[in-house]
Design a binder for this molecule. Structure first.
Ligand code: ADP
Ligand code: MG
Length: 690
């Protein structure tokens, strides 16, 4: 507020619009782009494919033409070497006011060719002043501002000015925020230099060094924080020791296992076994694409717990999924005499009481359920292993409550079929060790995916008919339109009618989120048993449902789905030996981005590739479920999709420091603790409880 050029009004705007509360906050409000103002171009130098350039000269022939929406403003800009057209389609009045004959201007913009002449559309223009005419203005920073700020003339240029004043008024250099040994070892810019250069870079190379330093610092502290917490936990808690492979595991392996494990399943089981046999508490993320066989890995891990005298549980995000897990697992364990139970919201009070009793006595060995497991009334005798399926639906706080069911925390295995790009895994789940099932069970044929416009829907029916007559089943999925549950239902019901009218010879099931659990289950069961051949549903079937005989997934309004959701849905087919298909229907009018999304789907079956593409296209903040709920911090300068190398490097640096000084007690590391405390003051301490 006291900074020249700010004052109480602007200070308030900065606070409410950009969350800038101090000069320090201001310095870490980084530009979103830079424009090369290190030189002026001459009009005669303009060529095709030039980037953003600046010119200096005068203006003549200001002309308005057209009316209403077609109105435009033309002017001719000239210097001593030539001319270029300037064109406005918007903001005409504002531009017109600014264009005065005889005045000297500086014009910025990206030249293009129109009607055989060079022109710049919507150039930025400024009156030439002594300051902006000086040659070496370097790279000019541009800042995001809100509409409200612009209304009060707090635009990018104003921020730049404030930034400049703030830097000039500093009583001393900005204090260093990294230990000097790091600065030396990695030849980093000092904090002061980096802040100055990132806002007022003179040359590209200096800018890059400044960005490197600031990004590295940002990523480094996140990694250091995560890794320090997990080190701390490791030092504080012992893990239960599962040191024997006993009868249950072996009996299952020899007698009950219905197929050979894939190489990846074997490897992952070895990783888990090693971890739970080490005396360290396990916090592990198990990633595996849909259909890769995670359930079996979960089951066999639970047998390790049982063999060592412990109980185990699986928590699933929906009742359907919990029930399916229960049935699959009960089936596989058939004849082994293991006491196993299902607990969901619809478990009756009486059954529940009995179940609680058996859990406390230790008689019940495996419990499978939904959120109901977290309730305080659910107490175990000795819970050794918790498995969380499709983890992203569970908040961190919920995980924490599971943790507290013992004095000593159980081992935790988090399973997800949403492949998480490596960089995100390293941050969002940075304290979890990662196992990956990167191989599908043998005999699976890659799903063939096609994208059609809605107009092909009728033609598609023939194809569906052939599939069903050959004994297969079909899913048709409709998007959830969150703003209007009513419309969802209408779409879904219209879809149901459509298929009923066009394919009257088949039985059709319908499932949506607003049905009672029992009705839903009944319909699911009918489809699973083959009683119905077509399942018309909203995305409630997204997670986990397993009907191997279903071979076609039709996704209506595919443009409304994110990539990872499309991939999840597609994963509902291709589970049997038959060739499976996924048909993406969309309207004809779709954006370039959507087209790209659908194209990736038709090209790739690889969940990791798709997740990477998703991250590249949308940025981490926008990713489905996992990311939205999982991002516990905000990145101000680094970018998880483009700075992945730097992230690995930052993690490595943090690991090395913690290896040498696990509690950060050495004097040279005092600065690290101080910075971490400062950064954590404002954010929830989340990683302790993962
Ligand atoms: P997901 O990883 O999506 O949870 P599931 O555990 O549901 O996958 O497994 C998908 C299907 O593959 C199931 O029908 C399961 O029985 C089968 N399956 C799992 N492992 C193997 C294997 N090693 N060989 C053959 N089929 C397997
Ligand atoms: Mg699964």
């Amino acid at each position: 507020m006291y900074l020249p050029g700010v004052g109480p009004k602007r200070a308030e705007l900065l606070r409410t619009e950009l969350n800038i509360n101090s000069v320090e906050d201001l310095f870490s409000y980084y530009p979103y782009k830079y424009i090369d103002r290190s030189r002026f171009y001459f009009a005669s130098e303009i060529a095709e494919n030039l980037p953003y350039i600046q010119l200096r000269g005068r203006i003549r022939n200001v002309q308005k033409s057209g009316t209403g929406k077609n109105q435009r403003l033309n002017a001719v800009f000239f210097d001593e070497t030539g001319v270029i057209d300037l064109v406005w389609f918007k903001g005409i009045r504002y531009a017109e006011d600014k264009l005065k004959p005889q005045a000297q201007y500086i014009v910025f913009g990206k030249p293009s060719v129109f009607n055989g002449r060079f022109s710049i559309a919507h150039p930025e223009i400024e009156f030439a002043t002594e300051e902006n005419q000086r040659q070496a203005l370097g790279w000019q920073a541009h800042y995001n501002t809100s509409e409200k700020m612009k209304k009060h003339f707090l635009n990018s240029a104003a921020i730049r000015k404030i930034m400049h004043t703030a830097l000039q008024n500093l009583p001393m250099k900005l204090p260093e925020t990294l230990p000097s040994y790091l600065i030396e070892q990695y030849n980093l810019m000092s904090r002061h230099e980096a802040v100055v250069a990132v806002h007022f870079p003179q040359q590209a190379e200096v800018l890059h060094r400044a960005q490197h330093r600031l990004k590295l610092e940002e990523l480094f502290y996140i990694q250091l924080d995560i890794l320090r917490q997990s080190k701390f936990r490791e030092l504080k808690y012992q893990g239960f020791l599962f040191d024997k492979i006993g009868t249950l595991f072996n009996t299952f392996y020899e007698k009950n296992l219905p197929f050979e494990l894939t190489g990846a399943q074997k490897r992952v089981l070895r990783e888990i076994r090693q971890h739970v046999g080490s005396g360290r508490q396990m916090n592990r993320l198990l990633q595996g694409d849909v259909g890769s066989g995670k359930t079996l890995v979960a089951l066999m891990s639970m047998l390790m717990a049982l063999d060592n005298g412990f109980q185990a549980c699986i928590m699933a995000p929906t009742e359907i999924l919990a029930t399916q897990h229960f049935e699959t697992i009960a089936n596989m364990l058939d004849g082994m005499g293991i006491n196993i139970a299902l607990l969901t919201g619809s478990t009756t009070k009486k059954a529940r009481e009995q179940l609680h009793e058996q859990l406390r006595s230790g008689e019940l060995k495996i419990l499978i359920g939904t959120h109901a497991l977290i309730e305080d009334s659910v107490q175990f005798a000795n819970l050794g292993l918790v498995i969380i399926d499709e983890q992203h639906r569970f908040g961190v706080a919920q995980r924490a409550r599971l943790w507290n069911k013992n004095l000593q925390p159980p081992h935790i295995l988090v399973m997800t079929a949403t492949p998480i790009p490596r960089t995100l895994a390293m941050t969002v789940y940075g304290d979890l060790e990662v196992s990956v099932i990167d191989e599908l069970p043998p005999g699976r044929k890659p799903i063939q995916t096609y994208h059609y416009y809605d107009s092909k829907r009728i033609a598609m029916l023939d194809f569906l008919k052939k599939q069903i007559d050959a004994g297969r089943q079909v899913y048709v999925v409709y998007p959830l339109i969150q703003e209007s549950e009513k419309m969802d239902l209408q779409n879904l019901e219209a879809g149901y009618e459509f298929f009923k009218n066009h394919l009257p010879q088949y039985h059709i099931s319908m499932v949506h989120g607003r049905m009672k659990a029992k009705e839903k289950d009944d319909e699911m069961r009918k489809f699973a048993s083959g009683e119905t051949q077509i399942m018309v549903a909203t995305t409630v079937i997204e997670v986990g449902v397993n009907v191997p005989n279903a071979s076609v997934m039709v996704i209506e309004s595919a443009e409304r789905f994110g990539l990872s959701q499309l991939h999840q849905l597609r994963g509902r087919v291709g589970r049997g030996a038959e060739q499976s298909f996924c048909i993406l229907l969309s309207s004809y009018k779709i954006t370039t981005d959507t087209r790209k999304r659908l194209e990736i789907m038709t090209r790739s079956n690889d969940g990791f590739e798709i997740a990477e593409a998703d991250l590249q296209m949308r940025g981490p903040g926008d990713m489905d479920g996992t990311m939205q709920s999982g991002m516990p911090f905000e990145l101000k300068i680094a970018n998880l999709s483009t700075d992945s190398h730097l992230l690995s490097f930052a993690r490595q640096v943090a690991l090395e420091i913690l290896d040498r000084d696990p509690k950060l007690e050495k004097p040279e590391n005092a600065i690290l603790v101080q910075q971490l405390n400062k950064k954590n003051k404002n954010s929830m301490n989340w990683s302790v409880i993962s």
